[in-house]
Design a protein around this ligand. Structure first.
Ligand code: GDP
Ligand code: IMO
Ligand code: MG
Length: 413
């Protein structure tokens, strides 16, 4: 493993933070390539819980350098706050172990206001955004009216741009420049830095945020985020060539969740859904919203394998299924009496798809302390094998709890 992408295969919150942290023990660089503080990546170490929104999930290792690359959108106030929280918890953050791309776009106050105003105007067609200004910031980037971290070094030019394009007043501009000054020591050309590291044989993780089905091109548009979480997004979001990527690790929750609006065929709105939510503590890391819960969807998973080119899978939160007598897995859909095996292109078609399930026996046993695959109950092994056989990808890790030691490593042959 030299350069690996970590990508969510569902609607986000698959446990990317936990898995990145585990793998980061043996890597030199962890790089975030898209999204912003709409992400909430949880890492639990001993009795400490770290909720990371912008800083990559390798930051807990002193020898791991963390990079926020060009594809990320940065709210400077949130980033400074996150640095300060981590420092208070004893984590060192210096220009040696933390870098920010000068190309990364800045989320302005007006982006957050617009995000919330747009949501309110959508009435019954709300996306259910995180309200962090993500969409409006990426919109300005594509419209070519955004401002970037590098602009903080040229206050006169920045001032002109902020007045012309964003109608910003002097007091707010001064406040932004002041906050920006504190981030300046971290700003470099991260594409140059990451490419050099790869040439030097360093081990790199490119940490995706959100998930495949929230991808603006390949997800459940328009109920998506405004960036490309899929593996291909990593090349653009970091500034590396596609041939530099050696593996793509898909992170898949053993069931499915979604926060915000949008179609979700395997959603359970009954007591089983409530049970999944309760057992999995499914409340958003960023907004605290209750996540919608449902069964694992193999149509979505196969699609994620395809659009990301996934080479191995990590199955997370298997322990959450410990207390179910039987477990459903969606193998395909039915739509107007027809069998559907692939994610349909039209949103209304996807919304109307009825999941067809295979029911597998539950294991009714505590898996949360198991560290060897062969020690898992036979029914749990059968669940993993069923998924593998349907998606044709091997599982390299199984997570059975939020802590580092609640992890089963498998040898992929
Ligand atoms: P991310 O956005 O993909 O990094 O995922 P989140 O951190 O938003 O959500 C995953 C939640 O599940 C966090 O609270 C994790 O601490 C927790 N978690 C991760 N892996 C496991 C697991 O295997 N079992 C259980 N029970 N919780 C887990
Ligand atoms: P991590 O990285 C789950 C969802 C929002 C909303 C949609 C658009 O923790 O997995 P946005 O604010 O991005 O414009 O909202 O995307 N969303 C996430 N859902 N996990 C995330 O990140 C998410 N980031 C955005 O709930 O439905
Ligand atoms: Mg999350």
């Amino acid at each position: 493993m030299t350069v690996s992408v970590i990508v969510g295969t569902q609607w986000g919150d698959e446990g990317k933070g936990k898995i990145t942290d585990i793998l980061a023990a043996d890597v030199d660089l962890v790089v975030r390539y898209q999204g912003g503080n709409n992400a909430g990546h949880t890492v639990v170490v001993g009795d400490k819980t770290f909720k990371l929104h912008l800083i990559p999930s390798g930051i807990l290792y002193p020898n791991c350098c963390c990079v926020i690359a060009n594809g990320v959108v940065i709210d400077p106030t949130v980033l400074l706050e996150e640095i300060s929280i981590l420092r208070k918890k004893g984590i060192q953050i210096t220009p040696d172990n933390f870098k920010i791309s000068g190309f990364a776009h800045i989320i302005l106050e007006s982006h957050k206001e617009l995000d919330n105003r747009q949501e309110n105007r959508r009435h019954d067609e709300k996306i259910g955004t995180t309200g962090r200004g993500i969409g409006p910031c990426y919109t300005d980037k594509v419209k070519r009216s955004g401002v970037r971290m590098i602009d903080l070094f040229y206050p006169d030019e920045l001032r002109k741009r902020l007045i012309k394009n964003h109608d910003m007043n002097e007091t707010d501009i001064d406040a932004l420049c002041k906050i920006g000054n504190e981030l300046k020591p971290f700003i470099i050309d991260t594409s140059l830095f990451v490419n050099q590291a790869i040439s030097d044989g360093k081990r790199v993780i490119l940490e995706g945020a959100q998930g495949t089905m929230l991808d603006v091109d390949h997800g459940t548009y328009p109920y998506v985020t405004s960036s490309n979480p899929i593996a291909g997004g990593a090349c653009i979001g970091v500034g590396i060539g596609p041939h530099k990527i050696d593996s793509v690790i898909g992170i898949t929750k053993a069931y499915a969740t979604r926060v915000g609006e949008g179609p979700f065929p395997t959603e359970l709105t009954d007591s089983l859904g409530d049970k999944l939510c309760q057992e999995g503590a499914e409340f958003g890391t960023t907004t605290g919203r209750q996540r919608r819960c449902g069964w694992l969807d193999l149509v979505v998973l196969k699609y994620a394998v395809r659009v990301n080119g996934i080479t191995s899978m990590c199955l997370t939160k298997l322990d959450v299924l410990d207390k179910f007598d039987s477990i459903n897995v969606c193998t395909h859909y039915e739509l107007d009496g027809e069998r559907i095996d692939e994610f349909p292109m039209a949103l209304h078609a996807f919304s109307n798809c009825k999941p067809v399930y295979t029911t597998l026996p539950g294991w009714n046993a505590d898996t949360s302390q198991i560290t060897r695959y062969t020690d898992l109950p036979k029914a749990a092994q059968a669940y993993v094998q069923f998924i593998e056989s349907k998606i044709n990808v091997k599982t390299s890790m199984i997570s059975v709890g939020s802590k580092r030691n609640q992890t089963i490593h498998l040898v992929v042959v």
